[in-house]
Design a protein around this ligand. Structure first.
Ligand SMILES: [Zn+2]
Length: 231
C-alpha cells in the first residue's frame, strides 16, 4: 500500500466536475454525478499513477471504481470531498472469498477500525534509505524467495506505538493476500528479475530504475522486494 498524494488545493479537473454537480438544483451529491462520474474517476486514476489505492495493481476506467474512504452512509456530506475519494480496482468482481480491496471490505463481515494508511504522508513512500514503515513482504532470506504475500512491518514507528495489529487488520479487511493478488505479485516479481537480467543492473540500480516508474503495478511491493535482496 502506498501514500496517495492529495494537496490542500483541490485539482481543477476534480473541482470543476464537483462544482457543476452541486450547482445543479435538487442534486443528490455523488449520486447526481451521472456521466461526470467517469471524468471524476479518471482524475483520481491519474493522480494515483493508474494504481489501485489499496492493492496497487494497475487500473483503468474500465477496471476501477470510486471508493469513499469514509463511506457515504457514515457521512453523506463527504460524498464529493476530494480527500475522501480514491480510485480502486474492482476487487476480482467481488467474488467471495477471492474478492479483495473495497469489494471485500464492503461485504459487511469486516470488524475493526480501518486505518487510512494511504494518507499518512512521509510514512509510506519507499526510497533506498527509508523503506515503507508499515508494510513488509514475506521473504525467505536463505532461499532469497519472494512469496508474493504482504505482512505488517515488525518495527515500531515513532509516534505510532504498537500498530502491528492495525496494519494486519487493514491487510485482512481488504484481503490483500487473496490468492489472485499473491499470484499477480509473484508474476510481477518474475518480470522484475527478467528486467534485472536484461538490463544487467545490480540491485541498487534496479531499485533506481523502478522508483522512477511510478505507474509500476505493485509499486511498493516491487521496491521493498528489491531492497530485501541487499539486506
Ligand atoms: Zn485493489
Amino acid at each position: 500500500m502506498r501514500f496517495v498524494k492529495k494537496d490542500r488545493i483541490v485539482p481543477e479537473a476534480f473541482n470543476s466536475i464537483v462544482q457543476a454537480t452541486i450547482n445543479t438544483p435538487g442534486h443528490d451529491g455523488y449520486n447526481s454525478l451521472g456521466r461526470n462520474k467517469k471524468l471524476l474517476l479518471q482524475s483520481l486514476i491519474d493522480e494515483q499513477h493508474s494504481l489501485c489505492a489499496y492493492c496497487n495493481q494497475k487500473i483503468s476506467l474500465e477496471t476501477s471504481t470510486i471508493e469513499h474512504l469514509i463511506c457515504q452512509s457514515h457521512n453523506p456530506n463527504l460524498d464529493l470531498n476530494y480527500h475522501n475519494l480514491f480510485a480502486v480496482c474492482k476487487g476480482n468482481d467481488g467474488k467471495i472469498p477471492t474478492s479483495h480491496c473495497d469489494k471485500y471490505r464492503a461485504n459487511g463481515k469486516q470488524n475493526g477500525y480501518f486505518f487510512p494508511f494511504i494518507l499518512f504522508e512521509k510514512c509510506i513512500s519507499t526510497s533506498w534509505d527509508s523503506i515503507n514503515p508499515f508494510f513488509d513482504i514475506e521473504f525467505n532470506s536463505k532461499l532469497r524467495l519472494v512469496s508474493g504475500k504482504i505482512i505488517p512491518r515488525e518495527a515500531n514507528i515513532s509516534g505510532f506505538p504498537s500498530i502491528k495489529n492495525n496494519i494486519q487488520n487493514v491487510i485482512d479487511m481488504l484481503n490483500l493476500n487473496a490468492p489472485i493478488l499473491i499470484e499477480a505479485r509473484k508474476e510481477k516479481w518474475q518480470s522484475v528479475l527478467d528486467t534485472k537480467q536484461k538490463r544487467n543492473l545490480d540491485w541498487k540500480a534496479l531499485f533506481d530504475y523502478y522508483v522512477k516508474i511510478e505507474s509500476t503495478d505493485f509499486y511498493e511491493f516491487v521496491l521493498i522486494a528489491i531492497h530485501k535482496q541487499e539486506s
